[in-house]
Write a protein that binds this ligand. Structure first.
Ligand SMILES: Nc1ncnc2c1ncn2[C@@H]1O[C@H](COP(=O)(O)OP(=O)(O)OP(=O)(O)O)[C@@H](O)[C@H]1O
Ligand SMILES: [Mg+2]
Length: 251
């Protein structure tokens, strides 16, 4: 299926480019504590970017800052040279570490974000998305009664329903069994193949190896390296990254 942007491009409605995504000198503090501490980063359009780092490194905060849900205390974020705007944010979706779903059925969580489509098409598309997430059997179940893993798959399906140009994912398979993890990874890989930029936070080194083109390593609120994935896993450049890849506690 063509993404909305491509359809519009064929109609010669040009959208502004979103890349490179550039963060410069980002700071975000809570009281005296610097949580994001002078972070700089540049991300291109075509790579699948995986953000790795120990608990508390600032990965979730960084996604929220990049997506414009939090304002940095200092520094700047630009998308294709422009500051974040409502239009740029609407072209992105973020799947949170803890799913946030509507208190409605699984199906209704999808039809809700498909409100731009005519009613019949909306329902058909919602069922297609449920099927792709292997959730057809629980279409009518209230989302809050779904298991943790089912909720994560529904959150991803809902994000994909919006056909984002940029998909941020925060630990999308944290409470998911191996078969469902494979399914989630396939959904993510398919979205990437369709031209969606993937920015994924994970703790799962296997998942990072399977999905990453490049790795951004975060430690204590800063980026310590941005490295092509094969090189990151064979020769991480910094001590914290070496410890992380070796499975040692990173302090
Ligand atoms: N709103 C907030 N106010 C104060 N401290 C916060 C806030 N949000 C996060 N923190 C702290 O900032 C640090 C970074 O948090 P963040 O959630 O980004 O970590 P993370 O890298 O995603 O960790 P994890 O791997 O455990 O998900 C943590 O020490 C956390 O306790
Ligand atoms: Mg986190």
């Amino acid at each position: 299926m063509l993404k909305a942007t491509e359809t519009e491009n064929m109609g010669h409605v040009r959208r502004t480019p979103l890349f490179p995504l550039v963060a410069k000198g980002l700071k975000y503090a809570s009281g005296e504590r610097a949580l994001i501490d002078g972070l700089s980063l540049e991300i291109g359009e075509t790579t699948r970017t995986v953000i790795l780092g120990p608990n508390g490194a600032g990965k979730s905060l960084l996604l929220r800052l990049l997506h414009g849900l939090l304002e940095p205390d200092a520094g700047s974020i630009t998308w294709g040279g422009e500051a974040m705007s409502g239009e740029v944010q609407a072209r992105q979706a973020l799947v949170f570490q803890r799913p946030t779903l509507l208190r409605r059925s699984a199906l209704a969580n999808l039809t809700f974000v498909l409100s731009h489509l005519p009613a019949a098409e909306r329902t058909t598309r919602a069922h297609e998305l449920l099927a792709a997430a292997h959730l057809e059997h629980i279409a009518a179940t209230p989302a809050r009664l779904l298991s943790g893993g089912e909720q994560q798959r529904l959150s991803l399906a809902r994000a994909l329903a919006r056909e984002p140009d940029v998909l941020f994912l925060d630990e999308p398979s944290a409470s998911i069994d191996p078969a469902a993890t494979a399914l989630i990874e396939k959904m993510i890989a398919n979205a990437a193949d369709d031209g969606t930029k993937i920015v994924l936070v994970t703790h799962d080194l296997g998942q990072a190896r399977r999905l990453a083109d490049e790795v951004v390593f975060l430690h204590q609120g800063r980026v310590t390296e941005v490295t092509p994935a094969p090189e990151f896993f064979s020769r991480p450049r910094t001590d914290p990254a070496r410890s992380f890849v070796a499975g040692r506690l990173v302090l």
